[in-house]
Design a protein around this ligand. Sequence first.
Ligand SMILES: [Fe+2]
Ligand SMILES: [Fe+2]
Length: 267
Amino acid sequence: MSSDLIIAQLSDPHVLEPGAVEFVDNNAMLRLVVESLNAEAVQPTVVLGTGDLTCWGRERQYQELADILAPLNAPFLAMVGNHDDRSFMRETFPDTPWADAEHASWVHEFDGITLIGLDSTSPGRHGPTFDADRQAWLENALATASSPVILAMHHPPFESGIDWMDADGALGRNELRQTISGSPAIVLRILSGHLHRPIVTTFAGVTASVCPATTYHVALDLEPAAKPRVVRDPRGYQLHLISDANVLTHTRYIDTGEAPFDPEWND
Ligand SMILES: [Fe+2]
Ligand SMILES: [Fe+2]
């Protein structure tokens, strides 16, 4: 099986200043991701970073992020998360085709696929935003897409059932649903981050997935009013293999501590 396009997705590395550690060594984990991506036998066409690339949006953290990503073989497309700073993001990733707008959204056309990076953040706000400005921008991006669309946004457009992560609400969820449903574009997938654990559902009739974080995960606690807790679940990234208007997703774990081996099966 060969793919026309492979989008590698990494999410929520929360890069810190050099030497700083937060629950896990965020910076070391992202270095492992870069090493692993470079070692992929079939190289991704592009690496998509779905936001929270730094932990606190500080200039020194963007310098460290740039240092860690520098050895990456594949081109990198950056997206803003609620922990990021739009100005530093635009400066650090000048090759990302940022829209000339206050929000840091963008469109990148591959041969046969249109990748839309929708900025779902508002400065100072933890939860998602989809306001009239972005609705108009997305309607236009979908209407003018020359090929089937993959829509990426840092915040997933759905509720996860993990109360404390859902608590900040979803401004404009219905409007986003209507924008996608009412668009002439074929939307193949919605890719998100923010929830720091792998999740799949549907939204507006489209498969919507959340990539595992490269750093700590949000604890899976579906109790109402669950406390904010994190967990060191296996971390990794995803490879989205796209061919014939189909998106097939694999997850690569980076901290299993073990390379593939030939098993000796017992009869
Ligand atoms: Fe995050
Ligand atoms: Fe986030």
